[in-house]
Ligand binder design. Structure first.
Ligand code: ASP
Ligand code: MG
Length: 429
C-alpha cells in the first residue's frame, strides 16, 4: 500500500543540484511506500506556453527551432546529472517526447484551451522521465507512472475537474499492485479525458491538487509538499521583511489563506485531504531536517493560535471593474443576478467584491479576453469602468493600522474589513 505522497514543485527540480537534493530526500524515505508527484522543471510550463503561442501566431509554420530553448534547458540538467555513458539515452527519451509534441502541434486549428493542455503536459512528462531515470540510476528502484492513466477528468481544458469515481478505481487498482519498497513517481498537474485520449490540466500550480487527489483515493497517511521556504510562513519573504513560521493550522484556516491568494498551496488541495482527514506537511527541501508546518483537522493549539499571528497575502495583476446600471436603478438583486450570471458563464472569479447603491465593484485576476467579454455582454445595460495592474492585499487576523507599512503612500481603490480579515485593492508599487 502506498502510504505517503511527496510533492515536488518546479523550484525543487529546477536544476541538477535540486534533483540531487530530491534524490537525497527520497533515499532517506525510500522504504516508506511513497508516491512522488513532480512538476515541470523550473519555469518550463511558461516555456511551453510560449512555444504554443508562437506556433499559433505563425499558423503552425514555425520550425523545430521553437523547441530549442526547452531542449537545451533539459539537456544541461541531464548532462550534469548522469554518467557520460548514460546521457545519450536520456536525451533521446526527451527528444522523442518533444518530437511527439511537435507533430501534435502542426494542427493549429484546434481550440486554444484544448491545445494548451496537449502542449504544456510535456513539461511534467519530461521532468518525471528524467527524474525516474536518475533515481533508478542511483539505485532507488522507481516506477514511472503516467498520470493521464490515473487522474481522469472532464473536458474543461486548463481547469479540469476530476471524475472521482473513475480516478479512484484506477488509483486503487494501482495501489493493489504496489510492490513494497518501490518508489512510485508521477506527474503533477496533468490528467486526461475521454478514456485517456486527450491530456487535460488542473489549472496552473495544480500539482498540489494532484497530490491531494492521489492521497484521497489511496487513503494515504500524509502528503508532504517540499518547498524552498522553511514551512508555512505568515507572509511571502520576497515581499515582507519579517516573516514567522506557522507550526500548525487547521484545514479551514488553510482554505481561507489559499482563497485569498497565499501561494503556499493550490486552493483545491485542502478539500480532498480534509474529507479523509489526511495530514498535509509543508516542509523545507533546503533544510529537510527542520520540522514541517502541519495542516490538519485539529484546531490550532492555544500557544500557536492563528489569530495571534497575522497573515499578509498579496495577489498581483488584479483588474478592478466598476459596474453601474445605465438607467440609474439600484444595484439590487435583479441587477446583481444579471452580472453574476455573466461572470459564471465567463468563469470570472471575483477575489473581492463590494456593492453600493449604484455600483458593484469586482476585483479579479487580469484576463483581457474575459474583461472584454464581460463588457461586451453587460455593456448595454451597465456602464463599466476598469483599472488594471493593481494589487489585492489581504490581512488575515487584522489589527488596526497593520496595512500602513505595506501600502505606504499608494492609492487605495477599494477597501473592506470584516471581523477577521481586511482587504485593500491598491495601486501597484
Ligand atoms: N507546472 C505547472 C505550473 O507551473 C503545475 C505546477 O507547478 O504545480 O503551473
Ligand atoms: Mg510550479
Amino acid at each position: 500500500m502506498i502510504r505517503k505522497i511527496y510533492k515536488f514543485g518546479g523550484a525543487s527540480v529546477k536544476d541538477a543540484d535540486a534533483v540531487r537534493n530530491l534524490k537525497q530526500i527520497v533515499e532517506n524515505h525510500k522504504n516508506e511506500d511513497i508516491l512522488l508527484v513532480v512538476s515541470a522543471m523550473g519555469k518550463m510550463t511558461n516555456a511551453f506556453e510560449k512555444v504554443l503561442a508562437d506556433f499559433r501566431a505563425n499558423d503552425g509554420q514555425l520550425g523545430w527551432g521553437a523547441m530549442c530553448p526547452i531542449m537545451e534547458f533539459h539537456e544541461k540538467i541531464i548532462t550534469d546529472l548522469f554518467e557520460p555513458d548514460k546521457i545519450d539515452a536520456v536525451i533521446e527519451k526527451v527528444t522523442m517526447l518533444l518530437i511527439e509534441l511537435y507533430e501534435k502541434l502542426q494542427d493549429t486549428h484546434k481550440a486554444y484551451d484544448y491545445q494548451y493542455d496537449q502542449t504544456v503536459c510535456y513539461g511534467e512528462l519530461i521532468s518525471t522521465t528524467i527524474i525516474a531515470a536518475y533515481l533508478n540510476e542511483s539505485g532507488i528502484p522507481t516506477r514511472w507512472l503516467d498520470a493521464r492513466q490515473y487522474v481522469i477528468t472532464d473536458d474543461t481544458f486548463r481547469s479540469a475537474n476530476p471524475d472521482w469515481n473513475e480516478t479512484r478505481l484506477r488509483i486503487q487498482k494501482l495501489d493493489a499492485e504496489h510492490i513494497r519498497g518501490l518508489v512510485c513517481l508521477t506527474q503533477g498537474f496533468i490528467g486526461s479525458t475521454n478514456g485517456g485520449k486527450h491530456a487535460t490540466t488542473l489549472g496552473r500550480e495544480g500539482s498540489d491538487f494532484t497530490a491531494a487527489i492521489f492521497a484521497n483515493c489511496l487513503d494515504a497517511e500524509e502528503v508532504t509538499i517540499w518547498k524552498d521556504v522553511d514551512g508555512l510562513l505568515n507572509a511571502d519573504p520576497k515581499r515582507f521583511k519579517e516573516t514567522v513560521k506557522i507550526p500548525h493550522i487547521s484545514y479551514s484556516e488553510a482554505i481561507e489563506l489559499a482563497f485569498y491568494g497565499a501561494s503556499i498551496i493550490h486552493p483545491k488541495t485542502i478539500k480532498p485531504l480534509q474529507n479523509k482527514n489526511i495530514r498535509l506537511n509543508v516542509q523545507s527541501f533546503v533544510h529537510p531536517d527542520m520540522e514541517p508546518s502541519v495542516i490538519d483537522g485539529n484546531p490550532s493549539p492555544i500557544t500557536h493560535h492563528p489569530s495571534s499571528i497575522t497573515h499578509h497575502i498579496v495577489k498581483d495583476n488584479q483588474t478592478l471593474v466598476s459596474i453601474s446600471p445605465r438607467d440609474f436603478s439600484f444595484m439590487n438583486e435583479h441587477n446583481l443576478k444579471t452580472v453574476f450570471e455573466v461572470c459564471d458563464e465567463l468563469r470570472i472569479h471575483a477575489n473581492m467584491m463590494q456593492t453600493s447603491a449604484l455600483m458593484l465593484s469586482l476585483c479579479f485576476d487580469h484576463d483581457d479576453a474575459k474583461r472584454e467579454a464581460l463588457m461586451e455582454s453587460l455593456g448595454k445595460m451597465f456602464s463599466i469602468k476598469y483599472n488594471e495592474n493593481l494589487q489585492l492585499y489581504t490581512i488575515r487576523h487584522y489589527e488596526e493600522g497593520q496595512e500602513k507599512a505595506f501600502i505606504a503612500g499608494r492609492k487605495i481603490y477599494l477597501e473592506q474589513r470584516s471581523r477577521a480579515t481586511a482587504q485593500f485593492v491598491i495601486e501597484n508599487a
